[in-house]
Design a protein around this ligand. Structure first.
Ligand SMILES: *Cc1c(COP(=O)(O)O)cnc(C)c1O
Length: 432
């Protein structure tokens, strides 16, 4: 069998020294992988129980058209999400176009002119800068008279409790907490740390709304931010909770009033959750959610494998090879543009779709440097599928995430290393 696998890898362009180096690294990861499988097992049961308790039926997998009144599948799916996140309600819709839209919806519907939003964990995700109006933008919250304050994390990654306390005032209405580091270098927040932060804030101002940007964090741990006091969690269905099957969508789970506000904004005042046809999408939403715990585990294993593969070769990896994980993103710093390009081309060459195309750096709107992206995905732009991107600028780091199966994530990472070796950045002798 071992020989057959090696031969198969060879037929896909993975040379023996690369395969053997990968196996050597993997041999040291069995205990960590076992723990990930345990979390996936717990979360799989959590999802199945929520589906059973909500009495998901075959009829729920069908969809509605037109107004979408009495869409039993849509309403039941929202009940399932509410059970998983232990919240009063949830909004899970294909009409929410992406993660940014879900976050904008949650923010804009839960503040009013004169209110202030506080981010106690530093700068939010890039696209939210325009939603909030940190970067002036048409339709931003700033245009509607909503102000914004930010307290950066301390240099050691800790919360600036003093600064946070001083920033909370009578106008502070909503606190936004980003769980994943996204494309920054700060550590990702564990659910426990989010809980600590929320307790501190609620102690100062009990009625403030605490919202967590949950993107890339779902099912990485056995608890979610709503288990430790968050009033709302928000995320994208083409990341973890869509399990790779959801072709579009976003969710907001939380307090009844918060979700209701979001629904009135998504559709219309007076209509709220009552309209919004699900068309034919519900089976993929349910089945994707069912698969999400194991898909997330696969992506996590891939991230850990990548860190352990590249760290001994002298490249900077964040998180490092042994750190605990709270999201599925892995950063690898190559220090040279060739490394970023070779890595992304390797990931692309491992894809099930568009493996034959060669990604090149290009001038993407909204970025100040050329960016290279590898994504051979079934769902366009899906980052729970094996994907990587990197701006062509200092420190020449690549961000890697996803993998619907662990086996495919492994292949992609081996392929990236093969590509980096082929580019001459790593000598084969270094792999011994
Ligand atoms: C992906 C992501 C978003 C935005 O989601 P899009 O679907 O790309 O609009 C927001 N916050 C974080 C932390 C993310 O990872």
């Amino acid at each position: 069998m071992m020989n057959a696998i090696e031969t198969m890898y060879a037929s896909l362009g993975i040379e023996k020294p690369i395969y053997e180096y990968g196996e050597k690294i993997l041999a040291g990861l069995s205990e960590r992988f076992r723990k990930i499988d345990e979390i996936a097992e717990y979360n799989q049961m959590k999802v199945v129980k929520a589906m059973q308790d909500s009495q998901v039926s075959e009829a729920c997998l069908l969809g509605t058209t037109g107004y979408g009144y009495n869409d039993i599948g849509r309403d039941t799916l929202e009940a399932v999400y509410a059970k998983i996140f232990h919240t009063e309600d949830a909004l899970v819709r294909p009409q929410i176009t992406c993660g940014t839209h879900a976050l904008a919806l949650a923010l804009m519907s839960n503040v009013r002119p004169g209110d202030e939003i506080l981010s106690p964990v530093g700068k939010p995700y890039d696209t939210l800068e325009e939603v909030i109006g940190i970067r002036p933008s048409k339709g931003s919250l700033a245009e509607y008279g909503v102000t914004y304050k930010q307290v950066d994390l301390l240099p050691d990654g800790g919360f600036d409790f003093e600064g946070i306390k001083n920033s909370i005032n009578e106008k502070t209405h909503l606190v936004t907490i980003q769980r994943s580091k996204g494309y920054q270098t700060r550590p990702t927040l564990s659910v426990d740390r989010i809980g600590e932060l929320i307790r501190f804030i609620k102690n100062i101002k009990p009625d403030v709304i605490c919202m967590v940007d949950n993107c890339y964090g779902e099912f990485v741990e056995t608890i979610e931010p709503t288990d430790v006091g968050a009033d709302m969690v928000v995320g994208s269905l083409i990341k973890n909770p869509g399990g790779g099957l959801a072709p579009i969508g976003g969710y907001i789970a939380g307090k009844k009033e918060c979700v209701e506000n979001a629904a009135f904004r998504l559709t219309s005042p007076g209509l709220g959750k009552e309209v919004g046809a699900s068309l034919g999408i519900l089976k993929d939403f349910y089945q994707g959610l069912f698969l999400a715990p194991t898909v997330t585990a696969s992506a996590l294993k891939g991230a850990i494998f990548a860190a352990n593969l590249y760290e001994p070769l002298g490249f900077g990896v964040v998180p490092n090879s042994t750190e605990s994980r709270h999201d599925i993103i892995q950063a690898i710093t190559f220090g040279k543009p060739e490394g970023v390009i070779a890595f992304c081309q390797g990931i692309q060459a491992a894809a099930p779709v568009d493996s034959f195309v060669t990604p090149e750096p290009w001038d993407m709107p909204g970025y100040d440097a050329k960016v290279i992206m590898a994504a051979g995905a079934f769902v366009s732009g899906s980052s729970i599928e094996l994907s990587a991107d990197g701006p062509i600028k200092e420190p020449y780091a690549v961000y890697f995430q996803g993998g619907l199966t662990w086996q495919h994530a492994k292949f992609g990472i081996l392929k990236s290393l093969q590509s980096v070796v082929n580019s001459g950045l790593v000598q084969k002798e270094a792999l011994n």
